[in-house]
Design a protein around this ligand. Structure first.
Ligand SMILES: [Ca+2]
Length: 106
């Protein structure tokens, strides 16, 4: 038997069909937490479009699917433009995100 101890953030699991020929594959995000996932939790999907191992620019916040009761099932949108390998990750936000202002150049 596995015992998990909940000390930190909810666990977010992203499931995608791979390999697939579908440019808009159906994805599934499941968030689980011992005390329940807050109803205000939102999911942000990042897609590493150029497969360079980092998520930058437009790869961040590629899609923001709707989550209900800790589960989001959705088709990837916008569609992927070419065959390739696209690492993805899902992030869970449980409170309104606060953004630090971008550094300004002198
Ligand atoms: Ca990238």
């Amino acid at each position: 038997m596995l015992v998990s101890v909940d000390l930190t953030a909810p666990v977010v699991t992203l499931t995608a069909p791979s390999p697939t020929v579908d440019p808009t594959p159906q994805l599934r995000v499941v968030a689980t937490d011992l005390v329940g996932v807050p109803s205000t939790a939102t999911v942000t999907l990042d897609v590493d479009l150029n497969n360079d191992g980092s998520f930058t620019g437009g790869e961040l916040g590629y899609q923001r699917p709707t989550m209900q009761n800790g589960v989001a099932v959705f088709a990837l949108s916008p569609a992927l433009l070419a065959a390739g390998t696209y690492p993805m990750r899902a992030r869970l936000t449980t409170r309104p995100a606060t953004r630090a202002p971008a550094p300004s150049s002198p």
